[in-house]
Design a protein around this ligand. Sequence first.
Ligand SMILES: Nc1ncnc2c1ncn2[C@@H]1O[C@H](COP(=O)(O)OP(=O)(O)OP(=O)(O)O)[C@@H](O)[C@H]1O
Ligand SMILES: [Mg+2]
Length: 240
Amino acid sequence: MLRCSTGSQKLDALLAGGIETQPMTELIGEYGVGKTQICLKLCVMAQLPRDQGGLEGNSLFIDTEGTLSPERVYRIAAAMGLDPQQMLNNVIIARAYNSDHQSFLIDGLFKVCPEENVKLVVVDSMISHFRGEYVGRESLAERQQKLNQCLHKLLRLAEIYNIAVVVTNQVQANPAQGFGDPNRPAGGHVLAHACTHRVYIRKAKGGTRLATVIDSPSIPESKEYFVITEKGIEDAPSAD
Ligand SMILES: Nc1ncnc2c1ncn2[C@@H]1O[C@H](COP(=O)(O)OP(=O)(O)OP(=O)(O)O)[C@@H](O)[C@H]1O
Ligand SMILES: [Mg+2]
């Protein structure tokens, strides 16, 4: 297995060396915490040589919310001193218009990824279409079944081609929670089981972001701070 650096040494350390190929990584958090920013940074990082934390491959981004900004990829690469146009050219961008289309695009990855030497696949967000289309308790089982099918295809893809797969997820309010953080990851057990590495991101003081690995069998629960910058994401400046 290989590991792709996030560009933040602290976040890499939290992930025991970066985003792993084969097992899936999930970025969880409320709007504006930086899930998409991390994904865009990874799209650049994945292209770097291995000794610089990359996967020496191209990146593929499935955008479900229409929030992907190619200019942001360009600016991140430029701020890192890389050739921004070349970096952007090596990011394949696909817009998924609904959950069926998302599933169709994931099927297509089995052809595109080996042909285009894709080593990083991002689905941002994995859950939004499913949540939007299957509303109400009576459609929950069907939703989870369809979501599960998509996730298992991604897992198989990652294993066959040794690809890093990163999906983003939202949080939902848990009315049963009396104290502490009232939010929990959306997607239920299906998403929780499919994703080996789950990173919960929260806004913290001074515009920093706090990342926590949750539910990991191999990584003890620990926390690190990062910041969103022109270069994508970086370590938060230390407090002293
Ligand atoms: N160049 C930049 N420098 C610093 N911060 C930036 C830059 N570009 C974007 N940001 C910050 O990134 C944040 C948005 O992050 P992002 O879009 O990744 O959130 P998200 O978790 O994907 O949210 P959503 O759930 O709505 O998709 C904003 O707070 C914005 O200020
Ligand atoms: Mg986003």
